[in-house]
Design a protein around this ligand. Structure first.
Ligand SMILES: Cc1cc2nc3c(=O)[nH]c(=O)nc-3n(C[C@H](O)[C@H](O)[C@H](O)COP(=O)(O)O)c2cc1C
Length: 199
């Protein structure tokens, strides 16, 4: 599908049809797409957890603020996590990165607080979010990006404390009664002349 058409057609789904499942092959494709997302110095400071197990989804739903029903009804919740353990990460980087990139990271880490370094990691995770939402749009899979979760409670459920949960995306297929569908609530965006300047 033409990308402009795909991005015009996507919207944040608010109500899922629990009876409609995503093909396993499509889930595998989305997983591969996530591994291909770009990141600064190819740092890839992330973990993506695909949760389709009903019990785990139910646990997550209880710590998902206003997103509870979406987490329950969607096919899969994808949790986007950012590296939390910087020393594990540094060791991993030193095995994987070319010297110039490693030098860049070491200088950056030396000159910035741990908090700033983690903020930089989180930005890379948000690039993966953009890649993922675009991929869902091109595959006609409905999605809900969700910052409205309790990250620490997610961490306790998901395990692997080298990473911190940042946000989650519910994916599946819309319910016919979803009031956020574009024919009921048309897309609202600033005008192109307000946000784009050509020089
Ligand atoms: C990072 C991020 C976090 C969001 N968090 C939530 C959320 O927790 N729950 C929700 O229903 N929508 C959430 N949204 C959806 C936005 O409100 C939505 O993208 C915006 O209003 C534009 O509408 P559209 O996606 O339908 O075009 C989030 C979007 C982004 C990009």
């Amino acid at each position: 599908m033409d990308f402009l058409k795909a991005i015009k057609n996507r919207y944040t789904t608010k109500l899922y049809d629990h009876s409609k499942r995503i093909d396993v092959g499509k889930i595998q494709k989305l997983q591969e797409i996530l591994t291909l997302s770009p990141s600064s110095i190819n740092s890839q400071p992330w973990e993506f957890v695909f949760v389709s197990d009903a019990k785990t989804k139910e646990q997550l739903s209880k710590v998902s603020q206003h997103n509870t029903q979406k987490v329950l009804d969607c096919d899969t919740v994808v949790v986007f996590r950012s590296i939390d353990n910087l020393s594990t990460f540094k060791n991993e980087l030193s095995e994987r990165l070319p010297e110039y990139a490693l030098g860049f990271y070491n200088d950056f880490a030396e000159q910035h607080s741990e908090n700033d370094v983690k903020t930089w990691m989180d930005k890379q995770v948000y690039i993966a979010l953009g890649t993922f939402l675009s991929a869902c749009a091109s595959m006609e899979i409905d999605a809900t990006p969700m910052e409205g979760i309790e990250p620490k409670a997610y961490d306790a459920i998901l395990g692997n404390d080298d990473y911190r949960s940042i946000l989650a995306v519910a994916i599946g297929y819309r319910h016919e009664k979803d009031v956020n569908q574009l024919h009921i609530k048309p897309k609202s965006r600033k005008k192109i002349t307000e946000v784009v300047r050509s020089i």
